[in-house]
Write a protein that binds this ligand. Structure first.
Ligand code: FPP
Length: 237
């Protein structure tokens, strides 16, 4: 059942791509095979998010904690990310503004250049904002933001009492963007795993019992329909 036209227009969604390893294990394949299939799904779901005219979509591609995985797996994910960086130019014609969330300073210098370049080239695009979180952690993002604000106080540009929620939002990687309406986590897990901790304050959480490499456009439709049934009160009545 396809989503009615316009039912998702303007929504912001965060997606925790989970279950790649289990998908591969079920098939007797190395974990990297799951990530390869997951990267294909990632590219197709981006196209679908564009068709749905979402305001933004944020993909959790690599967390600050993922470095603790075996080197072979980390290298495999980074290689896929590098391939995506080359292909990302395709999204220029789809009018995406691409933003990378996370500490890129430890990534390959070549990747950092490509990331900066893609962000520059797509800065003025008015379609769906595509956030890709790489070496990202919600706590690390907040710590970084707090340091930026502290420095402004030290420099005499800001008074402590001027620090409010908008000031904090403004020093996060997602500065200027609206908060996600819902966070989607496939693979049957129910955790936020250090993803968009500040931005997700009032987000709905939608979990789905499908592994990311099996995730389809129909699954995204179902997640949006589920979200649309929720009544959001933002602490009010
Ligand atoms: C979580 O599944 C997934 C990851 C840690 C990596 C996600 C990466 C990709 C989808 C591909 C590369 C990304 C880009 C941007 C091209 P898991 O490995 O934790 O699965 P498991 O819980 O079943 O072990």
């Amino acid at each position: 059942m396809a989503l009615e036209p316009g039912r998702a227009k303007g929504l912001s969604i965060g997606i925790i791509m989970d279950g790649n390893g289990r998908w591969a294990k079920k098939r007797g394949l190395p974990r990297t095979a799951g990530h390869t299939k997951g990267a294909e799904v990632f590219r197709d779901i981006i196209r679908y998010c564009n068709e749905l005219e979402l305001a933004s979509v944020t993909f959790y591609a690599f967390s600050t904690e993922n470095w603790s995985r075996p080197a072979e797996e980390v290298n495999g994910i980074m290689k896929l990310f590098g391939e995506y960086l080359v292909m990302a130019y395709d999204y220029q014609k789809e009018n995406n503004r691409v933003v990378f969330l996370g500490d890129r300073s430890v990534l390959l210098p070549k990747y950092q250049e490509q990331m900066n370049d893609i962000e520059q080239k797509t800065r003025g695009n008015t379609g769906t904002i595509l956030n890709v979180a790489v070496n990202y952690g919600g706590r690390q993002e907040l710590v970084r933001g707090i340091r930026i604000l502290a420095q402004r106080v030290l420099d005499g540009q800001l008074r402590p009492e001027e620090i409010d929620a908008d000031a904090v939002s403004g020093v996060l990687y997602t500065a200027g963007q609206r908060d996600p309406d819902f966070i989607l986590r496939p693979s049957g897990e129910h955790r936020l795993s250090n993803f968009m901790l500040w931005q997700a304050s009032y987000a709905e959480f939608v979990d789905m019992d499908v592994l990311w490499p099996d995730f389809t456009r129909d699954d995204l439709d179902r997640a949006i329909e589920e979200y649309n049934t929720r009544s959001r009160r933002f602490g009010g009545l």
